[in-house]
Design a protein around this ligand. Sequence first.
Ligand code: ZN
Length: 118
Amino acid sequence: MKIPFRKVGNTPQDFTLLKDKTTFKGTLEHFKHGLIMLDAHLEGAINLPCDICAENFDTILNEELKFLLSDGIFNGHDEDYDVVEFLDGMIDIDEVLSSEIESLKSDYHSCEECKKQN
Ligand SMILES: [Zn+2]
């Protein structure tokens, strides 16, 4: 799902993206010149190998995500939020979701069975 930067104004624009077992839902809203605020909720589950026993299991997601999307290279610095750059004038929601899932996957995960044994 791609949304052009120029289509996002001061009225929050809803989006919902379903992918595998996850639901990524939120709003896009003008923040300041060249920047859009993404305020979203990620829920559902991702299937991951356990770091202890290597068995795949579902991890339940319940993440609040809030960051800025930049139309082009962002040269400034924002104190409060991370900034994600898009270079073709389009906000790629799938890419935002994929990179978020990748970063969740890189965290430490142990399955219920292994948790019980600790
Ligand atoms: Zn395990």
